[in-house]
Design a protein around this ligand. Structure first.
Ligand code: DAO
Ligand code: DAO
Length: 291
């Protein structure tokens, strides 16, 4: 059997209960869209195309570029990857076939002042699913062309390739209430993607699935530091949520799956560097030959 080297790259900064079901009234959504649109207007987020793929002769290779070090892992490496800022470790493969494409940190400003690290995250995608759904369409491209192709990430987000975003909680005082409102704020701000009359139905569907999703978060759930939350897209656009391996619920919604993935690998991600790592590793995964 031929052993094929799959050069994963992970960037690393140089330093190292009373639930009241909430609803999204149309007015609140409209306000959120307006705020998001205004906030986004003056911000230009550009993809750093200077991110370089590093060939790997060694399992781990470190190199400095633009103030970042990149960690490269060889193909089939089963070594976990540590997110350098938080020290949280992510397995290379989960659920038998979903491979880690990138890790990052979700930070949030409290009271507009201090930024806290809320959780570290890892983005995983099913090996065969990626090759099957994207391989044919993109086979003419080189890895360096492909890694900057936004359409590749878009296609992955639209597809029903099995994926998981694993969150590992860093901030020790998270309440379910703050998770619920952060989720509403984050995904709510993505609703602008569905603005316009053609998309009214889609917008309505997203709002309904957001409501179903947040009604899964019961106040009695505890998510102390170290908790692992898996947000998995399964076949048929089913979003399955689990906390420390225990299933919390599942919801079928293509638009909700897409909107959640958009937070991590869309064009305005929580962690730009993580999104770039995912883009790079996804490009390589797409171009791997079938076994
Ligand atoms: O204590 O009020 C506070 C600050 C909490 C910030 C919460 C951010 C929540 C982010 C979502 C976490 C998803 C698991
Ligand atoms: O970081 O702002 C954000 C959005 C995170 C989405 C979090 C979904 C968390 C699901 C937690 C379930 C807890 C019961």
């Amino acid at each position: 059997m031929v052993s094929f080297r799959f050069p994963f790259s992970f960037s690393q900064p140089s330093q190292p209960p009373n639930v009241t079901p909430r609803r999204f009234p149309a007015t609140a959504v409209a306000a959120s869209v307006a705020v998001a649109a205004t906030a986004g207007a003056g911000v230009a987020i550009s993809l750093n195309s200077d991110f370089q793929f590093l060939p790997t002769a060694l399992n781990l290779l470190t190199s400095s570029r633009n103030g970042f070090c990149s960690l490269s892992l060889a193909d089939n490496s089963s070594s976990p990857v540590t997110e350098s800022r938080t020290g949280m470790s992510f397995p290379a493969v989960i659920k038998d076939s979903q491979r880690l494409l990138g890790v990052g940190v979700r930070r949030k400003a409290i009271l507009g002042l201090k930024n806290i690290d809320v959780y570290a995250f890892g983005v995983y995608a099913d090996d065969d699913g990626v090759k099957k759904h994207l391989g044919e369409k993109y086979r003419e491209f080189s890895p360096s062309e492909l890694k900057v192709k936004e359409e590749l990430r878009d296609d992955l987000m639209e597809s029903d390739v099995k994926m998981t975003v694993r969150l590992q909680i860093v901030y020790g005082r998270l309440s379910i209430r703050s998770v619920r409102s952060a989720f509403e704020e984050s995904v709510g701000s993505r609703l602008r993607n569905f603005e316009g009359s053609d998309n009214k139905e889609l917008l309505q569907r997203l709002i309904e699935s957001m409501n179903r999703f947040t009604s899964q978060f019961r106040d009695e759930y505890k998510i102390p530091r170290g908790s692992i939350i898996d947000l998995s897209r399964e076949e048929g656009y089913v979003l399955r949520t689990s906390i420390d391996g225990k299933e919390v619920g599942s919801i079928e919604s293509k638009v909700l799956c897409r909107s959640i993935l958009d937070l991590y690998i869309g064009s305005h991600p929580f962690d730009q560097k993580a999104q770039q790592d995912v883009a790079l590793n996804l490009a390589h995964q797409t171009l791997l030959p079938n076994n």
